[in-house]
Design a protein around this ligand. Sequence first.
Ligand code: NAD
Length: 305
Amino acid sequence: MAGMGYSRVSHSFGYKMSQRITGHTELIGLIANPIRNSKSPMMHNTAFEALGLDYAYLVFEVDNSTLKEAVAGLRAMKVRGFNVSMPNKGPVMQYLDELTPAAKLCEAVNTVVNENGKLIGTNTDGLGFMLACKSQGMDIIGKKITLLGAGGAATAACMQAALDGVAEISIFNGNDSFMEHAYQNAERINRQTSCKAQVFYLEDTDALRREIESSVMLVNATGCGFCQPVGPCLIPDKSYLRSDLMVFDVIYSPMETQLLVWAKELGCKCSNGLEMMFHQGAAAFKLWTGKEMPLDVVREVFKEL
Ligand code: NAD
């Protein structure tokens, strides 16, 4: 992917939106459903403005039933690139021209770059997860973690964790269509890295309690609780947690899921999905624009929410 980005400096920086968006402004989009609560537009548009880059980032409600037409439309409109989220991360691969090793490893794409008409899919979620751990002082290298989920975000997080030197990963998934992915993820981790991965059903609460007890971090990388008032949680109750457990929820809407409410009550070191979103977004931003995302400016804007 080296050299994929390029620079576009806006001449309208500092003007109102009606003046900033011109006939030259390039579109970058996000296709997913549900998506209206996404924080990605605020993050990317803040960064474009801060650097004076002539792009605009918008979200589009697209699911698997309209995905093919949406990708063809974005290609026809020559957009610079787009993000992909639930439920399109896997299915979108068939409509792209090329996949990076990260996308192939995760079998999921969250970022597409349009290189002169060629749509290249990659995945920055795993990098986002590991950088978010690092930036918040959550040290999991050489240690064991328990991870809930086997979808796009979970796959990216566990693959990058295994590649970066996490020693053991216990993967839990409910009895749904993603269970097969959980077994594939563990098989690939065990074959391709020195990390040891095991798979369990979420319904096996004895195993869940035991694996969390021997882990330094619990990660919720499922969509359970996403875009809902604080409510559902895949952990039956807070007795599964303990004060020296680190708890990471990839969800950032709401900012505090039931899992994080319980973890905070116990005094656990916690992270929601915001830092992960910043870092996965910064990696995509670099590919589209060739520039580093000004993370300090972005974090400051989000503090005011
Ligand atoms: P996906 O559709 O690929 O995977 C969904 C996963 O969640 C599967 O493992 C599925 O079994 C599980 N799941 C969903 N609802 C469940 C429920 N009620 N009970 C048990 N399991 C359930 O989705 P994805 O793209 O991996 O996204 C998952 C979540 O991660 C979403 O909330 C998304 O917003 C979030 N996410 C955050 C970031 C970030 O940067 N913070 C990045 C990517 C995804």
